[in-house]
Design a protein around this ligand. Structure first.
Ligand SMILES: *[C@@H]1O[C@H](CO)[C@@H](O)[C@H](O)[C@H]1NC(C)=O
Ligand SMILES: *[C@@H]1O[C@H](CO)[C@@H](O)[C@H](O)[C@H]1NC(C)=O
Ligand SMILES: *[C@@H]1O[C@H](CO)[C@@H](O)[C@H](O)[C@H]1NC(C)=O
Ligand SMILES: *[C@@H]1O[C@H](CO)[C@@H](O)[C@H](O)[C@H]1NC(C)=O
Ligand SMILES: *[C@@H]1O[C@H](CO)[C@@H](O)[C@H](O)[C@H]1NC(C)=O
Length: 178
């Protein structure tokens, strides 16, 4: 599956470079986060803010009260069709291994989107302040074309095999053929 996906991404990237008149619009539409274990993780902020007519940014601020060296990022993409339905991708990523050496192509794409806005740019343990400030989506994220619509990246953050918190980030994707 992972190799198939890689080939798909490469083909699609080539295709997109040919289609120069192609453009896409991404927009964050909603965020929801919840801690399942407040003695470990407190969510101080999980909010979208409209900073201009075109730009909505995501601010996230959590406190890890204890260090963690074991993080599994269990995520899936859902597509909204009268309620959110599972859509194609689903992953279990070893977070500490990933921070040492990114290893999964789809997760690398997600990482590229948020890394410049976050302080999670070091290896484990993750501890104390976990921040994402002013994150927004831009049109450069177009490696994987898919149908226009509203999607949600739903992540369960698992430490030592137990879900500690969840983050749900919804966005709208619009394909524009010029
Ligand atoms: C996140 O999304 C999932 C799937 O729709 C839902 O079951 C869960 O309740 C949501 N959690 C929060 C905190 O919104
Ligand atoms: C909740 O967090 C504490 C640390 O504050 C930890 O010892 C405990 O195992 C966690 N509970 C679950 C269900 O993960
Ligand atoms: C907002 O988008 C419009 C057209 O889509 C563009 O002309 C304008 O410069 C953008 N404004 C900002 C602040 O990005
Ligand atoms: C994150 O939240 C903590 C606790 O509320 C606060 O002390 C800290 O200033 C916040 N950091 C940022 C960058 O907003
Ligand atoms: C990590 O990000 C912080 C700001 O969020 C920056 O000050 C620091 O230099 C970065 N560290 C690395 C190793 O990139």
């Amino acid at each position: 599956m992972s190799n198939v996906l890689k080939i798909l991404v490469i083909l699609v990237t080539l295709l997109l470079t040919w289609r120069l008149s192609y453009s896409v619009t991404y927009k964050l539409t909603n965020v929801n986060c919840a801690s399942h274990n407040k003695s470990w993780v407190t969510i101080n902020e999980c909010r979208l803010k409209a900073v201009s007519r075109n730009r909505t940014v995501f601010n996230f601020n959590a406190t890890f009260h204890h260090p963690t060296n074991d993080i599994v990022m269990n995520y899936r993409f859902l597509k909204r069709e009268s309620g959110y339905k599972p859509w194609l991708y689903k992953r279990n990523i070893d977070g500490c291994r990933f921070l040492k050496k990114p290893y999964d192509i789809l997760t690398i794409l997600i990482y590229i989107v948020y890394k410049d806005f976050s302080n999670i740019n070091h290896t484990c343990p993750l501890y104390v302040n976990i921040l994402i400030r002013g994150m927004y989506l831009t049109t450069q994220i177009k490696a994987i074309p898919y149908p226009s619509g509203e999607y949600m990246l739903q992540v369960n953050w698992i430490f030592y095999r137990k879900i500690q918190f969840v983050t749900n980030v919804s966005y709208e994707f619009i394909e524009n053929l010029l």
